[in-house]
Design a binder for this molecule. Structure first.
Ligand SMILES: C[S@@+](CC[C@H](N)C(=O)[O-])C[C@H]1O[C@@H](n2cnc3c(N)ncnc32)[C@H](O)[C@@H]1O
Length: 310
């Protein structure tokens, strides 16, 4: 992580001063579950070998978004997180809204191919819906995501593919046969890693993944990220969040802004306004509901100029 200073570590006794996080706020979770389209794929279609008794990031996130693709263990983890940080569901939706704005921004820039790594379960505003002229490869390492995507989304359009892949092994994603055939690697594309990198530990080198794709794509491409942060949370709150995730299939590593910026340090330039709290990235309406910083998610989009592209 280079010379990044403060880190999102839990027992070091650092304190960021203000505790203006959502400690005493109302529980803002009154959304209508079931607004998301798409039914739940019959469990027998995919559940063999999947431990549904342990929460998984993809399904906890789906619960947060008000979706239907989750099991009791996922809901329990979601409820614990929303108790620790009542704005968690709002943060998930802010992250999803960031994804939508990024995709539509890039579509307006002429991007017609997206590699969406850590795609998550189908939800409202999937990438191929926001960019209806684009081809999209959705990548995830969760078989439940792949089963749902292949059953609910892929039959509707020939513009998408779902492939299994692990962001910790970017070369396997890049050289996957579907990815090679479906994406034209001579044309600019966007690599999306939205809500993904905090599931990759320092030991698993998230920076290597980013660097790999920075060199793999042609000039004119973009790399978009969003990342959970402990900035704005008290250390006990950060520790409590990490503890809930530790019991899931998907432990999490929140990072400070400095650390996330460091992950993007190989890019000479980011689209203005750079790496910011996600509600502040090209907002299309005034942000409401909670100060951006208590949502705890940074996001940004980097450009790939000719001199660093592969
Ligand atoms: C919080 S969801 C984000 C979904 C979507 N990108 C969004 O922002 O709305 C994170 C997704 O990353 C996936 N994931 C976690 N670690 C991964 C890894 N190492 N490789 C690929 N996918 C991963 C999870 O399965 C989950 O579907």
């Amino acid at each position: 992580m280079g010379n990044a200073g403060r880190r999102c570590q839990w027992n070091l006794g650092w304190h960021r001063g203000s505790t203006t996080s959502a400690e005493d706020s109302e529980y803002p979770h009154g959304f209508d579950r079931g607004v998301l389209r798409g039914g739940f794929v019959g469990q027998t279609d995919w559940a063999a070998g999947v431990d549904t008794t342990r929460a998984h990031a993809a399904r906890v996130y789906n619960w947060m978004l008000g979706g239907r693709h989750y099991f009791p263990a996922d809901r329990e983890a979601g409820e614990k997180l929303a108790k620790i940080t009542p704005y968690f569901p709002l943060a998930s939706r802010a992250n999803r809204a960031f994804l939508r704005r990024v995709v539509s921004f890039l579509a307006q820039k002429g991007i017609r191919q997206f590699l969406d790594i850590g795609a998550g379960l189908p939800s409202d505003g999937n990438v191929h819906e926001i960019a209806p002229q684009a081809r999209v490869v959705y990548v995830d390492n969760d078989p439940v995501v792949l089963a749902h995507g292949r059953a609910l989304v892929a039959p509707e359009t020939d513009r998408v593919r779902y492939i299994g892949g692990d962001a910790r092994h970017p070369e396997e994603i890049r050289y996957n046969a579907e990815v090679r055939n479906f994406i034209d690697w001579d044309e600019p594309l966007a690599i999306l890693m939205i809500g993904l990198l905090h599931f990759i530990s320092d030991e698993d080198k998230p920076q290597s993944t980013i660097d790999f794709f920075r060199h793999a794509v042609p000039p004119g491409s973009y790399v978009a990220v969003s990342h959970a942060t402990c900035d704005g949370f008290t250390p006990p709150r950060s520790a409590a969040i990490a503890e809930v995730y530790r019991d899931t299939v998907s432990p999490t590593w929140m990072r400070t802004r400095e650390q996330v910026q460091e992950l993007m340090s190989g890019f000479p330039e980011m689209v203005a306004p750079g790496l910011v709290y996600v509600p502040n990235w090209h907002p299309d309406k005034p942000h409401q509901g909670a100060p951006a910083e208590v949502l705890g998610v940074y996001g940004g989009v980097a450009t790939v100029p000719a001199w660093i592209a592969g």
